[in-house]
Write a protein that binds this ligand. Structure first.
Ligand code: B1M
Length: 213
């Protein structure tokens, strides 16, 4: 097994310290940072994403795999910046105002990062103005909104309207998701994309960024 295959396999098992060691070892052996990212870390995360979609692994496995990926990415980050890896897109993410659920949002964030997108996480209970200000400031491609409550899902409409008010609606795509959200709700509030889970959200986000750039 090559060092990158081993890295991918360990990442899937959530072995963060071993993933970190292998990233350091690969760098010492002269493997390009982008190759380590794509063939070692992202490939492992994408296998986990697919398994999650098919209910072959569950939330805890995804969280520990994502933690291992983040550990590897932290080592790689300075090398990626200095070797000029192109950012595939910028995403602002958060749970809408009044809603404190963040487990799903955190998984979505990790999957987005796993696709090579830069993700700015505003946390939970985020007001519409905060989403749009962050999108403006960071020249974001996408705003990702998560809601788990039927009482907070309508905040998503407020974000769409705020983006219109702030004059950035043409520049930024708005993606919505969370247990109570449906395609028809997405259409009714004028958002751009609904996806039911983290893996499909990251696939769709990458596609939206690729079409834009
Ligand atoms: Co709350 N809660 N909760 N809760 N909670 C639910 C959501 C509920 C369905 C439970 C129930 O009654 N059966 C219910 C909502 C009912 C409704 O609105 N229809 C509920 C309620 C009522 C409440 C409180 C009001 C309870 C109270 O205080 N009386 C309260 C509200 C607090 C608030 O937010 N203001 C509350 C509080 C809490 C806790 C704090 C205890 C805790 C949250 C901890 C945390 O998140 N840090 C909690 C939890 C854990 C749950 C349940 C049990 C689990 C949610 C979860 O994390 N699921 C939940 C019941 C349930 O869902 N079985 C429940 C796992 C997670 C991986 O899934 O978040 O759906 P999910 O994310 C998925 C997809 O939805 C999707 O991808 C993720 C991964 O595939 N996705 C996106 C999510 N965001 C996306 C964005 C996208 C695309 C996909 O694009 C941008």
């Amino acid at each position: 097994m090559s060092i990158l295959e081993e890295m991918s396999a360990l990442l899937q098992k959530g072995r963060a310290p071993m993933v970190k060691d292998l990233v350091n070892q690969a760098l010492e052996e002269g493997v390009a940072p982008q190759t380590i990212l794509e063939e070692g870390l992202l490939s492992g995360m994408s296998i986990i994403g697919e398994k999650f979609k098919k209910n072959e692994v569950f939330v805890p496995e995804v969280l520990i795999a994502a933690r291992a990926m983040n550990a590897g990415v932290e080592i790689l980050r300075p090398h990626l910046v200095s070797s000029g890896v192109k950012n595939k897109g910028t995403v602002i993410i958060g749970t809408v105002r009044g809603d404190l659920h963040d487990i799903g949002k955190n998984i979505v964030k990790m999957m987005l990062e796993g696709k090579g997108l830069e993700v700015i996480d505003l946390g939970v209970d985020v007001a519409p103005e905060k989403f749009t200000a962050a999108a403006k400031e960071n020249n974001a491609d996408i705003i990702c909104l998560s809601s788990l409550l039927t009482t907070t899902m309508f905040e998503m409409k407020n974000v769409v309207e705020q983006a219109e008010k702030d004059g950035i609606r043409e520049q930024v795509k708005i993606m919505v998701g969370g247990a109570p959200i449906t395609q028809s709700f997405c259409d009714s509030i004028g958002a751009d994309c609904y996806t039911p889970d983290a893996a499909s959200c990251s696939d769709a986000a990458l596609e939206l960024c690729a079409n834009k750039n």
